[in-house]
Design a protein around this ligand. Structure first.
Ligand SMILES: NC(=O)N[C@@H](CC(=O)O)C(=O)O
Ligand SMILES: [Zn+2]
Ligand SMILES: [Zn+2]
Length: 436
């Protein structure tokens, strides 16, 4: 196995040091690294920030079923290029990831692709239909060792089903990750309900449709003493409810997406379906509230909600287009732009919200660890001074529905290491078996 000597890297944005990667682990740091690195491939990391490999709790890989939009291979290659060493693959595939057989299939595809660890999410209900619980414990006991359960794309709206799911997952330390969308309040919804939707005459998705479910679910989690994770939280009111719940000692964690940290519903005025997403882009006040929530720890993690869609599902009029946007290859840059370059988070905080917290919530071993001698070398090396214009056609994801297309963003992932093996070097993917 190739050994690497990163010279002058700044772990968590701190003081420069040398880091030796050998035998899958951080083998030495500081002066010891240079002494031990005689045969190593030297990576000049001067000025680069070294982070623990990023972990995404919320990725749509689309395989099985929509390989025209993404495959495990293309999606995890995109993840590695985005600095990720582990992703959770959402359950809304065809067939649904609601059995041990399907989650094991996705887990194997991820292992064989080798770009990052793939942790399949198990569906909460059979076929995401919201009625009967799926075989949660069989998925937990399978080779995929599922710990995160979600009907994402759909809300587990029946309170009795949600209660049972929360009770059930306690047996294997699982977590229910909720897509908080009251279905009756969002029938036919096309965008955020507010000034812009009124002007455009589009059916709105009111903030209360999210907040009502978040409020109900934190109370259910408290009642049954279980763990709840709120996916893609997008409104100021949801931040307030989670803040209240945490103050009360309820075991809830929350996620915000990069797009909800940066973009607002004003963008819908151009009717470009790239900006159509669920939950919808909200107002500038909501964006400010989710940034504040992430900065003060109310929101635990950034999840990409990478949602690739085939051209035919996005290249159409607003009303007919699918909900969702890609995000794996821009997530870190958007967090840098909105949170780091604005002084609201340090790089150590970024390591917390994009690596340690999601690893903890998803119970992922070996990721989100401190950068220290003996730890698994799951690492990403970032150039915060770089700038680039987003060109979706040049990305590794098989879909082009990036809302950041044409935007200049800061930061670039220079290298990613998965258990000591480089998956990305010089900003380019490294095919397995190819060693420099
Ligand atoms: N976010 C989206 O708009 N779409 C997601 C589903 C989801 O995350 O709810 C998808 O699977 O396309
Ligand atoms: Zn969702
Ligand atoms: Zn999603």
């Amino acid at each position: 196995m190739t050994t690497y000597l990163l010279t002058g890297a700044r772990p968590l944005g701190g003081d420069p040091t040398d880091v030796l990667i050998a035998d899958g682990v951080v083998a030495a740091m500081g002066a010891d690294a240079r002494r031990g690195g005689a045969d190593a491939v030297v990576v000049d990391a001067t000025g680069l920030v070294l982070l623990p490999g990023l972990v995404d709790l919320h990725t749509h890989l689309r395989e099985p079923g929509r390989e025209d939009a993404e495959t495990v291979e293309s999606g995890t290659r995109a993840a590695a290029l985005g600095g990720f060493t582990a992703v959770h693959a959402m359950a809304n595939t065809t067939p649904t990831q609601d059995t041990a057989g399907v989650v094991e299939q996705v887990w194997r595809l991820g292992r064989d692709a080798g770009w990052c660890d793939v942790h399949p999410v198990g569906a909460v209900t059979v076929g995401l239909a919201g009625e009967r619980l799926a075989e949660l414990s069989a998925m937990a006991r399978s080779a995929a060792a599922v710990r995160v359960f979600s009907d994402d794309g759909k809300c587990v709206h029946d309170p009795v089903v949600m209660r049972r799911a929360l009770e059930y997952v306690k047996a294997f330390d699982g977590v229910v990750a909720q897509h908080a969308q009251e279905p009756r309040l969002t029938e036919g919804a096309q965008m955020h309900e507010g000034v812009v939707s009124a002007e455009l005459g589009l059916t709105g998705w009111p903030a209360v449709a999210e907040e009502a479910i978040v409020a109900r679910d934190v109370l259910l989690a408290e009642h049954v003493g279980s763990r709840l994770h709120v996916l893609h939280l997008s409104t100021a009111g949801s931040v307030e409810i989670v803040r209240w719940a945490k103050a009360r000692g309820i075991d809830v964690t929350a996620e915000v997406t990069p797009h909800h940290l940066m973009l607002t519903d004003d963008l819908v005025r151009g009717y470009d379906p790239r900006f159509k997403v669920n939950p919808p882009l909200r107002t500038a006040e909501d964006v400010e509230a989710v940034r504040q929530g992430l900065a003060d720890g109310t929101i635990d993690t950034v999840g990409t909600d990478h949602a690739p869609h085939a051209r035919e599902d996005k290249d159409c009029e607003w009303g007919a287009a699918a909900f969702g946007m890609t995000g794996l290859e821009t997530a870190l840059s958007v967090v840098q732009a909105t949170m780091v370059d604005t002084g609201r988070l340090t790089w150590a905080d970024v390591a917390r919200v994009m690596s340690a917290a999601p690893a903890r919530i998803g119970r992922v071993a070996g990721h989100g660890r401190p950068i220290a001698v003996g730890e698994p070398a799951n690492l990403t090396l970032v150039d915060p001074a770089a700038r680039r214009v987003v060109v979706p056609e040049e990305q590794a994801t098989a879909s082009v529905n990036s809302p950041f297309a044409g935007r200049e963003l800061p930061g670039r992932v220079v290298a990613t290491f998965l258990r000591g093996r480089a998956t990305v070097l010089d900003g380019a993917p490294v095919e397995r078996g190819v060693h420099v």
